[in-house]
Ligand binder design. Structure first.
Ligand SMILES: NC(=O)c1ccc[n+]([C@@H]2O[C@H](COP(=O)([O-])OP(=O)(O)OC[C@H]3O[C@@H](n4cnc5c(N)ncnc54)[C@H](OP(=O)(O)O)[C@@H]3O)[C@@H](O)[C@H]2O)c1
Length: 315
C-alpha cells in the first residue's frame, strides 16, 4: 500500500487509515464485539495498512484498549494516532500515560489535540505536549477540528497534521486547506463516507436509520437529508459507470484532493474494510471530480460556516 510522509515528520503512513471510533462499543454501531474489532484491525495490518486512529474518548478507553490488544506483538507494524481533548497543562501527563497503558505501548506515534478548548490558551498545552515528545512518549503532535487561526498557533509548536471533518458532503474552508498545503501539514480527513451516507446504503427508497452518532449528524437531519441524498445519488451513478462501489468513489474523491495525505475510514466488518481499500485503485476523471465537488459544496453551503457535524463542540 502506498505510503506518504506525514507532514513535517519522519513518519511514513499509508494513504488509508483505519478509524476506530466505532470500536468503543455501546453506541448502536460498529463491529459485533471487541473480538471482531481486533480481527478487523489485524486484517488491516495484514493488508499492509499501517495507520490506526483512536482517541481517549472513544468508549472511554475501550477503543484504545482494543487497538492495544490487536497490536500485541505487532507494535512495530503500526503507526498509532490517538487524541485527547485540549485540557489544562497539568492534565496532559495523565492522559498520555492512560493512552500508553490502554494501547500497551511505550510511545504514541501521533498524539492529537482532539478539539481546542475556547476557555484555555493553546500555548501551555502545546508546551506540555512538547515536553512529552522530548521524553520519547510521543513521536509527533497533531491537531483536529482546528480553524485557520488556531492552526497558525499550532504550527509554532511543530504540529505535523490536521484531522478535519472532510468528505464530498462536509467541507473545510479553502484557505485552511491551502494553509496546510503550504505549511506541509498533512491533512487526514475523518468521516470520509459521511458515516455511511456515501456508500449506497441510502437512497430515496431506502432510508432506514443506521443508528449510532448518525442520529445527531447534521447531514442526516430533517432539513439537510434530502440534499445529502441527491449527492449520494451522483456518487452511486458514477460508481455504476466505473464498475466500482459508491464508498470507493467517495474515498477516491478525497484521495485525489490536493493536500490529503491519508483518509481515516471506519469499518464494522472485514468486508467493508476490503471494499474501502479498493478506492486506492479508483481514479476519477476531472469531470467527475468537479461534479461531486460542486454538488457536495452546495450541501455544505446550506449548513453555514460555523456548523459542526454533531452540533457539538467544547464550551
Ligand atoms: N477527530 C474527530 O473529531 C473525529 C470525529 C469523527 C471520526 N473521527 C475518526 O474518523 C474515523 C472515521 O469516521 P466515522 O466512523 O465517523 O465515519 P466514516 O468512516 O465516514 O463511516 C464509517 C461507517 O460507515 C459504514 N461503512 C464503512 N464502510 C462501508 C461500506 N463499504 N459500505 C457500507 N457502509 C460502510 C459503517 O457503518 P456501520 O457501523 O453502520 O456498518 C462504518 O462504521 C473514526 O473511526 C475516527 O477514528 C475523528
Amino acid at each position: 500500500m502506498e505510503r506518504l510522509t506525514l507532514g513535517n515528520s519522519d513518519i511514513e503512513v499509508t494513504r488509508f487509515c483505519l478509524g476506530t471510533w466505532n470500536m468503543g462499543g455501546g453506541r448502536g454501531w460498529g463491529p459485533e464485539d471487541a473480538d471482531a474489532a481486533v480481527g478487523i484491525i489485524q486484517h488491516a495490518l495484514d493488508q499492509g495498512c499501517n495507520f490506526i486512529d483512536t482517541a481517549r474518548v472513544y468508549g472511554r478507553g475501550k477503543s484504545e484498549q482494543t487497538v492495544g490488544r490487536a497490536l500485541a506483538g505487532r507494535r512495530d507494524q503500526a503507526i498509532i494516532a490517538t487524541k485527547m481533548m485540549q485540557c489544562k497543562p497539568e492534565e496532559v501527563s495523565g492522559n498520555i500515560d492512560a493512552s500508553l497503558e490502554c494501547l500497551r505501548t511505550e510511545y504514541v506515534d501521533l498524539y492529537i489535540c482532539h478539539w481546542p478548548s475556547p476557555s484555555l490558551p493553546l500555548e501551555p498545552f502545546f508546551e506540555e505536549m512538547i515536553r512529552h515528545k522530548d521524553a520519547g512518549k510521543i513521536r509527533a503532535i497533531g491537531v483536529s477540528n482546528f480553524n485557520r487561526q488556531q492552526m497558525q498557533v499550532a504550527l509554532n509548536y511543530g504540529v505535523v497534521s490536521l484531522q478535519p471533518p472532510l468528505s464530498i458532503l462536509w467541507r473545510i474552508p479553502e484557505d485552511l486547506l491551502t494553509f496546510c498545503r503550504e505549511s506541509n501539514v498533512a491533512v487526514t480527513p475523518y468521516s470520509p463516507l459521511a458515516q455511511g451516507l456515501l456508500t449506497g446504503r441510502y437512497t430515496r427508497q431506502k432510508t432506514e436509520k443506521l443508528g449510532g452518532p448518525r442520529d445527531s449528524n447534521r447531514l442526516f437531519s430533517e432539513e439537510i437529508f434530502a440534499h445529502s441524498l441527491e449527492v449520494a445519488t451522483h456518487v452511486d451513478r458514477i460508481a455504476d459507470r466505473l464498475g466500482c462501489t459508491s464508498a470507493q468513489v467517495a474515498l477516491a474523491w478525497l484521495l485525489q484532493t490536493p493536500g490529503v495525505t491519508s483518509v481515516i475510514v471506519g469499518a464494522s466488518s472485514i468486508s467493508q474494510f476490503d471494499q474501502n481499500i479498493g478506492a486506492l485503485d479508483v481514479e476519477l476523471s476531472e469531470e467527475d471530480y468537479k461534479l461531486l465537488d460542486e454538488a457536495g459544496r452546495a450541501v455544505w453551503d446550506r449548513l453555514g460556516p460555523e456548523a459542526t457535524m454533531w452540533e457539538w463542540k467544547p464550551t
